[in-house]
Design a protein around this ligand. Structure first.
Ligand code: SAM
Ligand code: SF4
Length: 455
């Protein structure tokens, strides 16, 4: 452990840039909390920091390229200040390992996602030994929540990581290689953390993991995911529970039923489908068919008719024919997702899909993506316009992003709502009449406070 620094000693400041998904954001929050606990200061300006850390994403080539460009830009800063400490964290660090240290001689630290919670020790070691350090052990134990230090003060919503790694090996995906095998956090630790967050003012918790449906399935060391949700639902003061991501192959009837009865569980599910073609799903190693996926959607809507459903889709997977793509288009037309995150397939070195024949050319992938996204834009807009005139319960999160007198929050279905209000009701459930549905948000009128019952 690093020695706590006293006020009169110079406390180095760190700058942390994060790329990628909620897991990375969660990891970055942990890194910040650990360093703050150790007496470091957080800097908002890269030029002012004595330690620069970049938390990276390797899911697609574009994300990796962005991180590599930023790493390259650190060279002149290091030249100007040889005492500067530079570190790459996360999935690119794990994927490229010590090669990164060779390629970028100005880099000091390379730390994989399973080792970021040792950041303080690694920085201390590096400073003491004046040597470059890599920490890439994928079997390293699961992350533990850092001691609470007021870092989340004023926050109404919060992610809580309940699992690390993934065992699914979807053929296109780098995650199992960079985050290691699936490991579940003990339920007692999660519940204790949730209590702590609620005491600090958090009202909505989103449980995160690569496939939360398989929580504790492998280790059988505690409750199932449904059991965990039931336990968290008992926490007094917690208004809303969400989770992501759910793998369709592991979505149990027990979990679907909770959408019909659990008071805090919000009516929204992110259920990535990836393709509407059975041939492509098979080659992706997804473990379900398009028909089985449609059946899950029907069950979810039967249990909770107002449930909002979002998904992920990949276009241009190796061997994807025009007919396969039409199957994907047909699926999104039928299911009518509230929101869809869609991507061009990106080759990831080391994954099975890189070796598959019949790669789709980039121009074709782009054309398919544009078609899919255009159709989805219409569906999303229609869904949002459908809410016009309804009164929604919104958990107020604070001022709207674009400022003015507007405040902002989310509906139970996870749609952002902006509304004019001069009273700060952060953390309260308010009733908002939806005036206008836009592509990415709703605009509404403040009606009054909602009851304090969850959701
Ligand atoms: N664990 C989650 C799941 O099973 O859906 C999400 C993992 S991944 C970080 C998020 C999304 O990125 C995936 O759902 C998939 O659509 C997309 N993705 C992953 N690998 C990809 C690749 N090689 N090319 C394009 N998109 C990819
Ligand atoms: Fe990647 Fe599949 Fe695991 Fe999701 S479930 S992280 S897409 S391997």
């Amino acid at each position: 452990m690093a020695q706590p620094r006293t006020r009169d000693k110079v406390t180095p400041s760190f700058y942390l840039k994060t790329f990628g998904c909620q897991m990375n954001k969660h990891d970055s929050d942990s890194v910040s909390q650990i360093l703050l606990n150790e007496g470091y200061r957080q800097s908002q300006a890269i030029e002012d920091a004595q330690i620069i850390l970049i938390n990276t994403c390797a899911v697609r080539q574009k994300a990796e390229d962005k991180a590599l460009t930023l790493i390259g830009r650190l060279a002149p800063l290091k030249q100007k200040n040889p005492d500067l400490i530079t570190g790459v964290l996360g999935c690119v660090a794990q994927n490229q390992g010590v090669d990164l240290l060779r390629r970028f001689p100005h880099l000091d630290l390379v730390i994989g996602p399973r080792n970021v919670h040792h950041i303080d020790e690694l920085i201390s070691k590096m400073r003491k030994e004046r040597n470059k350090i890599s920490s890439l052990d994928l079997t390293n134990g699961i992350y533990l929540f850092p001691k609470y230090n007021g870092y989340l003060k004023g926050k109404v919503t919060c992610f809580v990581k309940i699992m690390e790694g993934c065992d699914n090996f979807c053929s296109y995906c780098i995650v199992p290689f960079v985050r290691g095998r699936e490991t579940s956090l003990p339920a007692t630790t999660i519940i204790e953390r949730a209590h702590q967050l609620v005491r600090e003012g958090v009202r909505e918790i989103t449980l995160i993991g690569q496939n939360v449906n398989s929580y504790n399935v492998k280790d059988k060391a505690g409750p199932s995911f449904a059991g965990l949700l039931r336990a968290l639902d008992q926490i007094s003061g917690l208004q809303r529970l969400r989770f992501t991501t759910s793998h369709p192959k592991d979505l149990s009837d027990e979990l679907i039923d909770l959408f019909g009865g659990l008071k805090t569980l919000c009516p929204h599910i992110h259920l990535p489908v990836q393709s509407g073609s059975n041939a492509v799903l098979r080659r992706m190693n997804r473990g379900y068919t398009a028909e089985q996926y449609r059946t899950l959607i029907k069950k979810l809507r039967r249990t909770r008719p107002d449930i909002a459903i979002s998904s992920d889709m990949i276009v241009g997977f190796p061997g994807e024919t025009e007919k396969d793509f039409q199957d994907s288009l047909r699926l999104i037309e039928e299911v009518e997702f509230d929101n869809l995150f869609s991507f061009r397939y990106s080759d990831r070195r080391g994954t099975k899909a890189t070796g598959l024949p019949d790669k789709v050319v980039e121009a074709e992938k782009q054309e398919r993506l544009s078609l899919l996204q255009e159709r989805q834009r219409q569906i999303t807009l229609a869904k949002n316009e459908f809410l016009e005139g309804t009164v929604q319960t919104v958990l107020e999160e604070g001022p709207a992003k674009h400022g003015g007198e507007q405040r902002s929050g989310r509906t139970p279905g996870n749609k952002v709502v902006n509304y004019v209000s001069t009273t700060d009701l952060t953390g309260a459930l308010v009733r908002i009449k939806v005036i206008k549905g836009f592509q990415n948000s709703l605009f509404g009128e403040f009606v009054g406070l909602a009851s304090t019952d969850p959701q």
